[in-house]
Design a protein. Structure first.
Length: 256
């Protein structure tokens, strides 16, 4: 029965990450804690480990379509890796209930933004007009995104969210990436952030090794397949689907 549950968790996790760049925490943590009665911290560690392998495969799929831009997002990744370690340390001392509520409210606000753009068929980020030269982000903007990466990394370590949706928002509105480039680059950043956090939890033996291998293997396959097809549909539908996911995440955070 547990094996079937692990397989189902892997399928859903891979599909969500491949479609929207969402972290495995959306599925893995509640499924393991509520469904299989795995201790919370072990569920968080397992979620981060699954994020590592799934994000690498999904990012590779987006990179094949030239939807990964690492140069300007490097500081975001560096900040996230550093922040993940401090977040793991803080998780032993800081109550996370208030952070979960704040995260839920933020997700609800973002869901409204995504859904309204999808409904009006308006791009999330206005593309440059034909012949217009797009200015590169200023160093202040890039540095600000790096600081935001550090904050996202802390959230990753505290509540087990590898920052997938937060990376997406930071890249969309901080560096003005297109949706698919933000998803591809965000999943690459999420892989590094999750690796940093997973090492911290693994050091404390708080990873379900069997669950990680089974969920991770299925999530990698599903994530790659879904990522390929997600990049072939109209972007409006991907924006709307991601908005619905943000709504579901926000509601689940506020309810629990």
């Amino acid at each position: 029965m547990d094996i079937f549950a692990y397989l189902l968790i892997g399928i859903v996790t891979g599909a969500l990450t491949g479609f929207s760049g969402a972290s495995a925490v959306v599925v893995v943590v509640p499924a393991l804690t509520l469904g299989l009665h795995v201790p919370f911290r072990t569920a968080v560690g397992t979620s981060l480990a699954v994020d590592v392998v799934t994000s690498i495969i999904v990012a590779w799929s987006y990179a094949r379509q030239h939807h990964v831009a690492l140069k300007q997002g490097a500081l975001l990744m560096l900040g996230a890796m550093t922040g993940a370690q401090t977040g793991v340390v803080l998780s032993h001392h800081v109550p996370t209930a208030w952070l979960t509520v704040a995260f839920g409210v933020f997700m609800m606000a973002m869901s409204w933004n995504f859904l309204s753009h999808a409904w009006r068929n308006v791009p999330l980020v206005t593309p440059p007009r034909p012949g217009q030269i797009q200015k590169p982000p200023s160093w202040q903007m890039v540095a600000g995104v790096g600081l935001l990466g550090f904050l996202i990394g802390n959230i990753s370590g505290l509540i087990g969210a590898s920052g997938g949706i937060l990376f997406l928002v930071a890249l969309l509105y901080g560096l003005h990436y297109s949706l698919r480039t933000a998803i591809g680059t965000g999943t690459a950043a999420m892989a590094l952030s999750a690796l940093s956090g997973a090492v911290g939890y693994g050091w404390h033996h708080e990873v379900d090794v069997f669950g990680f291998f089974l969920i991770g293997a299925i999530a990698m396959i599903t994530g790659y397949v879904v990522a390929r097809y997600a990049q072939a549909i109209r972007e409006r539908y991907q924006v709307g689907g991601t908005g619905l996911l943000l709504l579901a995440v926000g509601l689940s955070m506020l309810i629990h």
